[in-house]
Design a protein around this ligand. Structure first.
Ligand SMILES: NC(=O)c1ccc[n+]([C@@H]2O[C@H](COP(=O)([O-])OP(=O)(O)OC[C@H]3O[C@@H](n4cnc5c(N)ncnc54)[C@H](O)[C@@H]3O)[C@@H](O)[C@H]2O)c1
Length: 297
């Protein structure tokens, strides 16, 4: 099966990024939102990102002004589900809520052509649970992109026990056509990256709680000792402590292992509304965003 037309559900942080890379790779892309104002926001974000690509030289992935216009021409926003009818693949990136996602899939299942592939970009919800909302279980997969989508190369291609081989191969090849590096994984909560990353981040918090080192020293140790681009507390504040806290619940629920459980300090920060960079404080204080200072916790 050849993919020509791509549908994207949701034009938020991830949906707009997925739509943009689709159009940059030459696909016609239709993005669905609940209201025009969310489309406007998402398209403004894409415009900004494309402008940055246009400033780069071609050998560094840059695009010409003409290419930028062509990419824009391939992108269409809509608030009408019927515009997705002739898509070959529909990638869902709406809010991380299982009921909302299932409602969405059920509502478009009869509308979108029968052999189209349905994909979800969910970070934590079971792909198998989502496919139960449709009559196309064998044509359903996970395509887990990373933020910011236009820059991050990885896509986890998630297979369920119901996924047909040819659907999986098509989706894997599609990720490659987007210029990404796909990895194969199965429908276990957290897939590969969060399965390994989340316990590491939670362990960093536990190490701090136990007095192993200060936040700054733990961050510096992992940066300089392991060559990581940023330490665990800096990364936690980037990801969002509310998001991480939510993921700990889903993962703990799945595996019932302490390594996936939230340490008390993470819970306290979330209860206090200290979500990290996005709320101005988390493990660090961002009053001066250029010079974050560790909070006394
Ligand atoms: N943010 C990340 O770093 C990240 C990384 C990988 C995967 N994800 C996953 O991607 C998905 C989206 O996350 P996000 O960060 O882009 O969220 P977001 O809040 O930025 O965007 C979600 C968008 O979906 C729209 N939406 C909600 N209900 C809708 C509906 N019924 N129809 C159409 N649009 C609808 C909202 O208006 C919003 O614009 C989630 O499943 C999340 O787990 C997020």
């Amino acid at each position: 099966m050849e993919i020509k037309k791509v549908g994207v559900l949701g034009c938020g942080l991830m949906g707009s990024g997925i739509a943009q890379v689709g159009a940059m790779a030459g696909f016609d892309v239709t993005v669905l939102e609940v209201e025009q104002k969310f489309l406007d926001q998402g398209f403004a974000g894409m415009e900004k990102s494309l402008a940055k690509f246009a400033e780069r030289p071609p050998e560094k992935g840059g695009i010409t002004a003409q290419q930028k216009d062509e990419i824009r021409g391939r992108l269409k926003g809509t608030t009408s589900k019927s515009d997705l009818a002739d898509c070959d693949i529909v990638i869902e990136a709406i809010i991380e809520n299982v009921e909302e996602k299932k409602k969405m899939y059920a509502s478009i299942d009869g509308m979108v052509k029968k052999d189209a592939i349905f994909a979800s970009n969910t970070s934590s919800i079971s792909i198998t649970e989502l496919l139960t909302a449709t009559k196309r279980p064998e044509r359903f997969i996970g395509l887990h992109f990373f933020n910011p989508v236009p820059l991050m190369k990885l896509v986890e291609v998630v297979r369920t026990i119901a996924t047909a081989d040819d659907v999986y191969q098509t989706a894997y090849g599609f990720a490659k056509k987007l210029g990404k590096v796909p990895v194969r994984t199965s429908d276990k909560t957290g897939f590969i990256v969060n399965r390994l990353l989340v316990p590491y981040l939670l362990d960093a918090i536990r190490a701090y709680e136990e007095g192993v080192g200060s936040m700054e020293d733990i961050d510096n140790a992992m940066r300089l000792g392991c060559g990581y681009p940023m330490g665990p507390f800096t990364l936690l504040d980037f990801v969002g402590l509310d998001t991480t806290y939510y993921i700990t619940h889903v993962m703990y629920d799945e595996f019932k292992e302490r390594r996936f459980a939230s340490p008390p300090l993470l819970k306290r920060l979330v209860m206090a509304g200290w979500y990290g960079r996005k709320s101005g404080r988390g493990f660090y204080d961002y009053s001066d965003p250029e010079k974050p200072r560790p909070n006394r916790l």
